[in-house]
Design a protein. Structure first.
Length: 168
């Protein structure tokens, strides 16, 4: 629906049950996300950075063990492989009222070293480092995406990537 509305989206391919990673290898770049197409969520998908990681993630999601990597039953349908676009991860919080988006807050992800932890942590900062005109553009693109999905009323929590190439 987003593509049909002329909105930029990350590249993506589906991998049907029984198909090998080799059938999509020429259409994949890294990093990318792998997860069940029917319930795809970037939050639950596995991020991979190379072909071996892609093979492993596909095997995990297909339940080569007894369950998927999320601990649940492996998905039965297609897997979705989606590119991770460049740019700052930005979150828009608001409400959609009769098709008009009212933004309450906009956050930007910052990576911060967490003392005593091996991994860096995420910190959400508001307002984002982009200027007011860019924030209005992000809100406009999120509103267009919501309308393209057929939404007109209700709470909004939308994540997108923002860079000089636009909003995805």
């Amino acid at each position: 629906r987003l593509l049909a509305a002329g909105l930029p989206v990350p590249w993506f391919v589906t991998l049907p049950p029984g198909a090998t990673v080799g059938t999509i290898a020429d259409r994949v770049s890294f990093p990318c996300l792998v997860g069940p197409a029917a319930t795809f969520s970037a939050h639950l998908a596995v991020q991979v950075s190379d072909p071996a990681g892609l093979e492993s993630a596909v095997d995990d999601w297909r339940g080569q063990g007894s369950q998927g990597p999320d601990g649940g039953a492996p998905p039965e349908g297609d897997l979705l492989v989606e590119g991770v676009p460049a740019g700052r991860l930005t979150t828009v919080e608001g409400v959609l009222e009769r098709g008009a988006l009212r933004v309450f807050a906009m956050f930007e992800e910052e990576r911060a070293a967490a003392p005593g932890r091996e991994r860096d942590g995420r910190v959400w900062v508001s307002p984002p480092s982009i200027g007011e005109p860019e924030r209005r553009f992000v809100a406009t693109m999120v509103a267009r995406a919501l309308l393209a999905l057929g939404l007109h009323h209700g709470p909004v929590h939308a994540r997108c990537r923002v860079d000089v190439g636009g909003v995805r």
